[in-house]
Design a protein around this ligand. Structure first.
Ligand code: SF4
Length: 285
């Protein structure tokens, strides 16, 4: 299919006008087109939240699952059919709160998939509760006097947990973001892309203008993305700049590379008619 609109859906997003999710959706579609992929070659798994609705609005295979569980579903999809390009999606609340355990283990397990987190510091779908990346002092519906905790840094955690590709983008720079997503998909192993996303309804102080005045690109700074220690230092820098770009590119083998069961082809294509499961069932049941 040559059509440049092949990833469009008939249904239209119901996000708030001006929401950063529009930019992310557009960047994903651009990335898939740039890789010359077809809708039947891609699957997206998502959790719960405004961002979790994205499989409804990109024309690929999709699973809109449980809160915080986008990653185990994505890993299952990939292991069942490792020919698919698999993307996991979710928000910062979904991925860094409910899904935190899955996040850490996905980083170290290194299944070849791309995890995209729409990070806006707040639970938007449920009308504005603070998330683990909400700034200290942020007044939300659950913290009317301001958050007392400090936000955590997901990229530093991903690097220390063993993620093979670690990047950050901005929902207001679709061109740059689509390049990051395309590279994350191409990079073998677990690719993690956290996106600074604008939520115009429940975190309006962090507007497009606010980000545009602070964002800088680490590729303009001669950053060595093959060095884990330098990658962590670049993430944890303490200045006015909010860096975006590729912080780390690792070269670990993917989880699937160690699975002899996949050598005969994708599991979904293997002939299982002559496998006798009764012995196993007798043993387990
Ligand atoms: Fe977007 Fe925020 Fe509206 Fe959700 S609540 S659709 S994240 S602007």
């Amino acid at each position: 299919m040559e059509n440049a609109t092949r990833f469009n859906t008939i249904a239209k997003p119901t996000w708030c006008p001006g929401c950063g999710n529009f930019g992310i959706q557009s960047a994903i579609k651009k990335a898939l087109l740039s890789l010359d992929l077809q809708p039947y070659e891609v699957a997206i798994s998502s959790g719960i939240g405004c961002s979790g609705k994205i499989p409804h609005w990109i024309n690929v295979y999709g699973v809109h699952g449980l809160h915080g569980r986008a990653l185990p579903v994505a890993a299952g999809l990939k292991l069942a059919n490792h020919k698919l390009v698999v993307i996991a999606e979710g928000g910062d609340g979904d991925g860094y709160s409910e899904g935190m355990g899955h996040f850490i283990h996905a980083c170290r397990r290194n299944v070849d998939l791309t995890y995209i987190v729409h990070n806006n510091g707040v639970y938007g779908l449920t009308t504005g509760q603070v998330s683990p990346t909400g700034d200290r002092g942020f007044a939300s519906s659950t913290t009317p006097h301001g958050v007392l905790e400090w936000p955590f840094e997901p990229l530093a955690l991903a690097i220390s947990a063993g993620a093979n590709f670690v990047a950050r983008g901005f929902s207001g720079d679709t061109k740059h973001l689509s390049g990051l997503i395309a590279e994350g998909i191409r990079h073998r192993g677990f690719s993690f892309i956290d996106i600074r996303q604008v939520c115009v309804s429940f975190n309006p102080a962090k507007s497009y203008k606010w980000y545009q005045e602070r964002i800088c690109k680490i590729e303009d700074e001669d950053h060595d993305a093959t060095d884990r220690t330098k990658a962590a230092a670049a993430v944890l820098r303490d200045d006015e700049c909010l860096p975006v770009g590729v912080f780390y590119r690792g070269s670990k083998p993917a989880h699937e590379d160690g699975l002899p069961q996949l050598a005969a082809g994708a599991l979904v294509e293997q002939n299982i008619t002559d496998i006798d499961v009764h012995t196993l069932m007798d043993e387990l049941v």
